[in-house]
Ligand binder design. Structure first.
Ligand SMILES: Cc1ncc(COP(=O)(O)O)c(C=O)c1O
Length: 432
């Protein structure tokens, strides 16, 4: 996994991220510690900004899916690099606005928005609300009427594409909690209703087919299904969409043997397919939004832990327990996600044992991984878990009242805190 160019082994044999010694970071900031290579985050953002500018129509915009890692510093980076933001809650919207992301570049999502969410989004002047269905359209219409505005809306539709089998119009994949299905005809009916609503300004449609997509095929298939749908909508209502939001899902390499895709090239292929289909249907080329999350921050993140205990069960497995776990990285507990780990003190050494990397919570399922190859781990070592920038901090919890780790960002070889360490007082601060 050290094939990631920002990860190196320095002269002391320690793991370095962006040239910065991880043991020095662990000493300065303590562990567990989220380390984020800001140079890498910004360069991933530029890939999307440049590819969208080069290949998509004017008015197109990549949005950072802030659910992957939401804090003010990340929102500021997205704004500075020319991205908008995808938010899913009042909390994410508040963070984006506090970071002075222009409201018109924000799209507010969510499959179960509350009335407060919708009011807050409208009052903040967000560029778009992605409506998840007909009932929600009615609520947005009513709340926009009360504020005397016409709210720009995207209707979230489910194209019925399985990104991992390339199967299209598969009812299995429309049986999900998000969006209005195209294959069942419900999306067309919801569009007809949206166009009748006085305070809804339908800008276009949104879809998101899934995550960890390694090539352009499923995205191109999505373009096919969406253009066919747009053509049906135009046939029935005369309406043409000016905007198509094709969601996120661009993959990162978590394990040895996986190769991160060339996302700039994927975007070029998507744009090419979109132009082809627009010509075929004689449809005006819509502007495009994309919502990468994982690929912006995933590989830029490394979590550092200190080994607390090592034990071998005779006839059983070898356990290495660290000072973090499911509280800061619930991905293994949630979906068996695999990460590469290494002993940062001896980063150049070849692993000589396979361990269960266990967390500190009072829960047997609190594991960071099983069958994790490590080099002679012992108490006091620093273990680095790689590719933890996405869906780690943002999914962290205070289970067992363990405070959440801080995030330190690395830029030009220097470190700075962008989220401070939580304290036990913070954790108890809401108790009455
Ligand atoms: C609507 C929407 N957009 C974007 C994303 C980001 O996906 P990823 O982090 O895989 O790029 C998600 C992820 O769940 C999503 O639901």
């Amino acid at each position: 996994m050290l094939h990631q160019t920002n990860l190196t082994v320095n002269e002391a044999g320690h793991l370095a991220v962006g040239g910065v010694d991880t043991l020095a970071l662990a000493r300065e900031y303590g562990t567990p510690l989220y380390v984020l290579d800001e140079d890498m985050v910004r360069s991933r953002m530029r890939v999307y900004v440049q590819a969208v500018k080069a290949h998509m129509r004017a008015g197109s915009l990549p949005l950072f899916a802030s659910k992957a890692l939401c804090c003010k510093a990340l929102c500021r980076m997205a704004k500075e690099e020319g991205m908008g933001l995808d938010v899913v809650s009042a909390g994410e919207l508040y963070t984006a606005l506090a970071a002075e992301v222009p409201a018109e570049n924000i799209c507010f999502h969510g499959n179960a928005k509350t009335e407060e969410d919708i009011r807050y989004a409208i009052a903040s002047g967000v560029g778009y609300i992605a409506a998840d269905g007909e009932e929600e359209l009615e609520r947005i219409d009513a709340l926009a009427a009360r504020s005397s505005v016409r709210q720009r809306v995207l209707l979230r539709v489910t194209p019925g594409i399985d990104p991992h089998t390339f199967a299209a119009v598969n009812t299995g994949v429309v049986d999900v909690k998000f969006g209005v299905p195209i294959p069942t005809g419900q999306a067309l009916e919801a569009t007809v209703r949206a166009l009748e609503m006085e305070h809804i300004d339908l800008a276009g449609f949104h879809c998101h087919i899934g995550s960890q997509i390694f090539d352009a095929g499923p995205f191109c298939l999505t373009v096919d299904v969406m253009l066919d749908f747009l053509d049906q909508v135009r046939g029935r209502t005369g309406y043409t969409a000016e905007l198509l939001n094709l969601g996120g899902g661009f993959a990162v390499a978590y394990e040895e043997g996986e190769t991160a895709p060339d996302c700039g090239e994927m975007i070029r292929l998507m744009a090419e397919r979109l132009t082809e289909r627009c010509e075929q249907y004689d449809y005006p080329l819509p502007a495009v939004m994309l919502e990468p999350g994982r690929d912006i921050v995933g590989a830029a993140g490394v979590t550092l832990y200190t080994v607390q205990n090592v034990k071998s069960v005779p006839g059983g497995r070898h356990y290495v327990a660290v000072d973090g776990g499911m509280g800061d990285n619930p991905r293994y507990a949630l979906y068996g996600a695999r990460h590469t780990a290494l002993v940062a003190d001896r980063a150049g050494e070849i692993p000589d044992t396979s361990v269960v990397l266990a967390g500190r919570c009072c829960e047997s399922g609190d594991l960071i991984g099983e069958n994790v190859p490590l080099h002679s781990p012992r108490q006091g070592d620093t273990v680095a878990v790689l590719v933890t920038g996405a869906y780690n901090y943002s999914m962290a919890s205070n289970y067992n009242r363990v405070p959440r780790p801080p995030i330190v960002a690395l830029k030009d070889g220097k470190s700075r805190l962008i989220v401070r360490r939580e304290t036990v007082e913070d954790v108890a601060a809401l108790d009455l």
